[in-house]
Design a protein around this ligand. Structure first.
Ligand SMILES: [Zn+2]
Length: 198
């Protein structure tokens, strides 16, 4: 299901795991996370805004879990971004970090072209996204913060209804998570756009 969040920003909800991807539409259509592969659902959602999978030019991943990157398999032409602490493992096809086998029987991994450190600003279709490293759920979790529009794409670190990310998966760290949650809560955002609908 695709819904307009604000201006050129859309949420796409994958009902199987309540995972969200976000579309930032514009000259270079970009996704934040890619959900889990449900080809039919994803193509149908994109067609609502007159896009096909070949139109997606960039995917920014909040972290290296399969339920956030699996859907990228549908897209033939994208440049990818992920924090290096997760991205280097994804480039080595680390099933343990990705939790793939817990979710689905798939061998798919995207190649990560751009390894982030945190602190970068990515200019995407009129949005100025600051990369905020927020380890805890995974070592390479990031959030993307658009200060002027008050948007925070928080991945699996902070959810609506005051929930926070789990730390019992490989690489999880509870102390890091609480520090990251504190960091995100200190930001001046109006709209929290998390990685799952819970
Ligand atoms: Zn996750």
């Amino acid at each position: 299901m695709i819904k307009q969040v604000m201006d050129n920003v859309y949420s796409i909800l994958f009902n199987s795991l309540e995972a969200y991807a976000y579309l930032i539409n514009g000259p270079e259509p970009t996704l934040i996370d890619a959900g889990c592969l449900n080809e039919f659902e994803f193509e149908k959602d994109l067609s609502v805004v007159n896009l096909t999978p070949a139109d997606i030019k960039k995917i920014l991943f909040t972290h290296g879990h399969y339920d956030h990157f699996g859907g990228a398999e549908l897209f033939p032409n994208f440049e990818s971004y992920m924090h290096r602490a997760d991205g280097e493992k994804i480039n080595k096809r680390d099933f343990n970090l990705a939790c793939t086998k817990a979710i689905i029987d798939s061998d798919y991994f995207p190649h990560i072209d751009n390894l982030l450190d945190g602190g970068e600003n990515l200019y995407i279709n009129g949005l100025d996204l600051e990369v905020i490293h927020c380890p805890g759920h995974t070592p390479g979790s990031v959030a993307f913060y658009e200060q002027s529009k008050g948007l925070l794409f928080s991945g699996d670190t902070l959810f609506n209804r005051n929930q926070v990310g789990r730390t019992d998966l490989p690489g999880g760290n509870e102390e890091d998570l609480w520090n990251s949650v504190k960091k995100l809560k200190s930001l001046d955002f109006k709209l929290l756009l998390p990685g799952h609908d819970y």
